[in-house]
Ligand binder design. Structure first.
Ligand code: ADP
Ligand code: MG
Length: 240
């Protein structure tokens, strides 16, 4: 599904990604963990070209993201992204948020987009919120709408950047539940999270990043019971 080869990213003098290599297969759930500032968000943002990388290559379904000239919108349509802070459009209803991209970008007719929107709202448990505005929703509900909105484009890959970090603790579970469901349905997912129990439950593979490099990767079982890298061990001691 996606292949990252020796990816480097600098912000001026700051070398943030220092040679990332990563392959994610169709249907795989990869969880990325690591200390704050290690480059996790930058990596996700490079994958869909919200950030321009400096060298290396990214292939998405065998198409180059890094060298694409004008096909980035097509690539982004197939890669859904969910952010920490939801990024919903505040002046649009829930249903309008979800149907906007299918109508504008996929040129879907409104009725069909709304049918899909209602189905997705059912899937995330928010059928009764179609006509609400984001500011009428809880954080957990907003994030579930953001997930439904990303799914409305029928992506092949979903990127999640700390989707529960901005939520009150009692709302974390409902969002993780939706993500677990997606994983069970076979969605390919790359998830940055600090939720270790969740990571252990849903990940096919865990990746530990620190200071712009991948220091360790393995099955959740291996990684959480017997991390080999010293910095991974120290990190786990602090967070688990
Ligand atoms: P993480 O998501 O692992 O916490 P980030 O990818 O957000 O880490 O950040 C990695 C490093 O890059 C940090 O030192 C951060 O300050 C820096 N950084 C991130 N975005 C920018 C930016 N737009 N401009 C300059 N520095 C940035
Ligand atoms: Mg981050």
């Amino acid at each position: 599904m996606i292949k990252v080869i020796d990816l480097h990213k600098n912000f001026k003098n700051l070398h943030v990604l220092k040679g990332i290599n990563l392959n994610v297969s169709k249907g795989e759930v990869v969880v990325i963990i690591g200390p704050s500032g290690s480059g996790k968000s930058t990596l996700l943002r490079c994958l869909n070209k919200l950030e321009e990388s400096n060298s290396g290559e990214i292939l998405f379904k065998d198409i180059s993201v890094t060298n694409c000239k004008n096909g980035i919108n097509k690539i982004r349509q197939d890669m859904g992204m969910v952010f920490q802070n939801f990024n919903l459009f505040p002046h649009m209803t829930v249903l309008e948020n979800i149907t906007l991209a299918p109508i504008k970008i996929k040129k879907m007719d409104k009725k069909q987009a709304e049918d899909i929107g209602f189905k997705l709202l059912g899937r995330v448990g928010l059928s009764d919120k179609a006509n609400s505005y984001p500011n009428q929703l809880s954080g957990g509900q907003k994030q579930r709408v953001a997930i439904a909105r990303a799914l409305a484009m029928s992506p092949d890959l979903m990127l999640f950047d700390e989707p529960t970090s901005a939520l009150d603790p009692e709302m974390v579970g409902e969002v993780l539940e939706v993500m677990k469901q997606l994983a069970a349905e076979g969605m390919t997912m790359i998830i940055v999270t600090h939720e270790m129990t969740f990571a252990r439950q849903v990940a096919d593979r865990v990746i530990f990043m620190d200071d712009g490099v991948i220091l360790e990767e393995g099955s959740p079982e291996e990684f959480f019971t017997n991390p080999k890298n010293q910095r991974a061990q120290d990190f786990l001691k602090r967070v688990v």
